[in-house]
Design a protein around this ligand. Sequence first.
Ligand code: SF4
Ligand code: SF4
Length: 157
Amino acid sequence: MGHDAHAEPEKKPGKLGLLGKAYLPAIAQGLLHTLGHIVKWDHNTLNYPDEKRAPFPGYRGEHRLTRDEQGREKCVACFMCSTVCPAHCIEIVAEEAPWPDREKRPKIFNIDMMRCIYCGMCEWACPCEAIELTEVFNIPVRTRAEKIYDKERLLSN
Ligand code: SF4
Ligand code: SF4
């Protein structure tokens, strides 16, 4: 029998190479770091829903229809918000206002919160600050219909 030129060189078992030894301190350091996270109290963790994080300033949550100093809705049913809304989720039906300082008010004002993308364009478009986005964002419901907020709901938000 002749010598086989393609034979695998024989491996010596049980010995780490120089490269393997170089990794050991880094592995130990990583394990210690993980252990540190396990044992220390992580102050970034909240026990939701008992604890809630305050939204950042400017956060755009669910809508509110505002009232004037006499308690009347400020909305004059001009349709600017529903016209600008990219999600077409605002439905307004106007009626004659019973007050001399405006012509119209909304008889129906619905927002489908499931279609809303919370862009805030309705608030920007409103000429009389009658609609605004609040910081409320976590109102759970059981049906889709409950997420269609009517005028009374929006005025009480
Ligand atoms: S926040 Fe944007 S998507 Fe939602 S109702 Fe207003 S305009 Fe429409
Ligand atoms: S909420 Fe403002 S923009 Fe929308 S219909 Fe009322 S007055 Fe017009």
